[in-house]
Every structure is written in C-alpha cells, then in structure tokens.
Design a protein around this ligand. Structure first.
Ligand code: NAP
Ligand code: GDD
Length: 339
C-alpha cells in the first residue's frame, strides 16, 4: 500500500503565492483545499486556472467559527496561512483592517489549530518588513525587528504569536521571513508589476480604455504617457515567487518548527528596476518616469537584503531566478498579455 496523500489547507489561495503554492502541492500529489472569500462577483483571482483541482471553502480570516469548522472537516496535515492585507502603502489608509486580517487573522488560525487540530503543521507568512528601518545589512534570523508601518506591526503580532504558540503549546508552527518576491501574477499594487505593465503599455502604444489599471485602480500610465512612482531610492531584495513557495513547502517538511529567512542576498533600487524593465523593451526609463508624491510613504523601509544561509544549510534551498531574469520574465509576460 502506498502512503496516503497529504492534505493542505491554504489561506490566501487566490493571491500570488497561494496560486503558485497550490500548483506545487498538486504536482506533489496533495489534496489541496483553499479558503475563498465571498465576493458579490465570485473571483478565484490567480487560482482561477486551478478551479477544477482545488477544493474551495467560502470563509474569511475574520471569522474564527468558519476556520475551526473547516479544520475539523478537512483535517489538513499542513496549513499555509498566506492570507493578509499585504499592501504596505494601503496599510496607512486601512490600519484597522490590516491589523485584523494580517495580525489577528493569523492568531485566529493558531487558536483554531490549538483547539481543533493540534497535530497539524502550520506555515505563517512572515516578512522582511519586520526589519523596518534597520541599519543592519544583510538581515538574518537574529536581526532585531523595527517595524515602521501598520502592515509590519500586524505581521509582528502574527510572527511573535507563532513563536509563542510553538513554545507554549508545542504546536508545529514555522515562519518564513520572506523578502519581496514577484512574478507575472503579482498585483499591480506592487512596484514591480506596476512598472512591467507600464513598460508594456508604453511599448505597445496603448491608449484610453486599453491602458490597464494599476495601483489603486488608476491607469498605469498618465495622460502624458508617463509612469508615476514614489521613492526611486528604496532598495529591495527581489526574488521569484515560484522559488519562494518551494521554500514554504520545505520549511514544513523540516523535522522541527523554526524560523527561516528566504531571500536572494542581492539588493536593487526602484531606479535599477526601472532601468532594467524599460531596457527590456528598448526604452529609456528617464524619459518615461515621473515622481508623484502620492506614492511616497510616510516612512520608508530598508535597505532590505536577506542572508539565506540558514535555510540553505538546513534544507538545501536556494533561489534560482536572478533579478534581471525576473524583470525580463515580467515585462515579456505583460507584453504578451497586452498584445
Ligand atoms: P496577495 O497576492 O496580496 O494575496 C493575499 C491573499 O489573502 C488573497 O488571496 C486575499 O484574498 C487573501 N485575503 C486577504 N484578506 C483575507 C481575509 N480576511 N480572509 C481570507 N482571505 C483573505 O499576497 P501574496 O504576495 O501572495 O503574499 C502572500 C502572503 O505572504 C501575505 O501574507 C503577504 O503579506 C506575505 N508576504 C508576501 C511577500 C511578497 O513579496 N509577496 C513577502 C513577504 C510576505 P482576495 O483575493 O479575496 O483578496
Ligand atoms: N507600490 C509602490 N508603488 N511602491 C513604490 C512606488 C509605487 O509607485 N514607487 C516607489 N515604490 C517603492 C516603495 O516605497 C517601496 O520602498 C518599494 O517600492 C517596494 O514597494 P512594494 O512593491 O509596494 O512592496 P513592499 O516592499 O512595500 O511590500 C512587499 O514586500 C514585503 C516584503 O518585504 C509586499 O509584498 C509585502 O506584503 C511584503 O511583506
């Protein structure tokens, strides 16, 4: 008799990471279940192509009753808590919703696990935003946290509760402190996708209603056919989401629960990102990018760059896709999509 297939329960399955993780787990033979928010117009987001393979459960991280009910019903071996209000800029406009979904939402999952399914393994999506305005470079698992926005504060609550529930109740809760990771499935609310969509729209000469909507539902290029950005000096460690969901899975296969930094070890500025992305399309970024104060944040993070030695040594994980290849992948995907 072969071994019973494992079952995974993913919150945030309609998002970028949730969809890549679901694909990975399906390939590995898992039964994949996902929490789906009710919407007046049903939307499966980035997981739409997996509709026939994934079992969806209508619910919300705001509702502890549905979380306990689904864990009791599905009895997953592994739970990946990826759901969150994940946009940093937006967390200043929606601080309470962010604290509730991103912070308390994780705590509700941990409580449901403690009460209903204490043997399950849990992955909590922690973030390099926890390091905030750190001056330590690069950052690793021992680097102190200095959150500087409501999103990071909410993630800090979730991160510390993950560690507290692990120590106090002996639960298998691991965290991945993931640095920025991107893909053609990234929401245009984030700078990489905002840039790749704008490059494609400019290159293809799109006009009027054909210009895709970007951050905050605003067209990705303005009336002068320029891309409006905030802080070009901000520095991030950008990797590929497909590589990072493999790290999530590996973290839950480890023999003990722990915390791991997942990063590329390289940092680039938003200016570098613009230069690379526009050059993929044979364009000069300086002619096309303007600063709009609207996108400058009250406080800035970083420079973020992660040291992934611990996960490399313990689990053999390392990033495969380099920055230039990631940018090329995203611009090519948007050119193909908008064409
Ligand atoms: P994302 O694309 O923004 O996806 C967020 C997901 O959370 C969506 O499926 C969303 O559902 C769901 N969600 C939000 N609030 C919810 C609620 N109250 N109940 C149920 N579902 C809810 O995020 P991502 O980039 O895939 O990131 C996944 C996780 O990793 C997030 O927790 C993020 O904070 C964290 N993280 C991301 C990065 C990164 O660079 N991508 C780095 C570090 C950590 P809808 O589709 O219904 O909105
Ligand atoms: N979104 C956005 N839009 N960011 C801009 C813009 C703009 O027009 N102009 C400059 N930036 C700068 C931001 O100030 C920030 O320093 C950087 O680009 C990256 O911003 P985002 O792409 O929005 O990502 P983030 O770093 O704030 O957050 C992402 O990564 C975190 C991990 O460090 C999200 O995925 C978080 O959920 C995640 O935890």
């Amino acid at each position: 008799m072969g071994r019973k297939a494992k079952t995974a329960f993913i919150t945030g399955i309609t998002g970028q990471d949730g969809s890549y993780l679901a694909e990975l787990l399906l390939k590995k033979g898992y039964r994949v279940c996902g929490l789906l928010r009710r919407n007046s117009n049903p939307s499966y987001g980035s997981a739409a192509h997996l509709r026939s393979e994934v079992e969806f459960f209508l619910g919300d991280l705001a509702d502890p009753a549905c979380l306990s009910m689904y864990l009791a019903e599905v009895k997953p071996d592994e739970i990946y808590n990826l759901a969150a209000q994940s946009q940093v800029h937006e967390s200043w406009s929606q601080p309470l919703a962010t604290a509730d979904q991103t912070g308390l939402g994780a705590l509700r999952i941990f409580e449901a696990v403690r009460n209903v399914l204490p043997q399950a393994r849990v992955y909590q999506a922690s973030t390099s935003e926890l390091y905030g305005d750190t001056t330590v470079v690069p950052q690793d698992e021992e680097t102190p946290f200095h959150p500087v926005n409501p999103y990071a504060a909410a993630k800090a609550l979730a991160h510390f509760d993950a560690q507290i529930y692990r120590k106090s109740f002996g639960l298998f809760i691991s965290t991945g402190i993931l640095f920025n990771h991107e893909s053609p499935r990234r929401s245009p609310d984030f700078v990489t996708r905002k840039v790749s969509l704008a490059v494609a729209a400019i290159k293809l000469g799109l006009k009027g209603a054909r210009i895709p909507l970007g951050q905050g539902g605003i067209p990705v290029i303005n009336k002068d056919r320029k891309l409006e950005l905030g802080n070009l000096d901000a520095k991030r460690d950008w990797g590929f989401a497909g590589d990072y969901v493999e790290a999530m899975w590996m973290i839950l296969q480890h023999d003990k629960p722990d915390d791991f930094v997942v990063a590329t070890g390289e940092t680039h500025s938003v200016r570098d990102l613009c230069e690379s992305a526009f050059s993929v399309a044979g364009l000069k970024w300086k002619d096309r990018v303007v600063i709009n104060k609207k996108w400058i944040r009250p406080t800035e993070t970083g420079p973020l760059v992660g040291n992934y030695t611990k996960i490399r040594k313990a689990l053999g994980w390392k990033p495969k896709v380099k920055f230039e290849d990631l940018v090329n992948m995203m611009v090519q995907a948007d050119l193909a999509k908008l064409r």
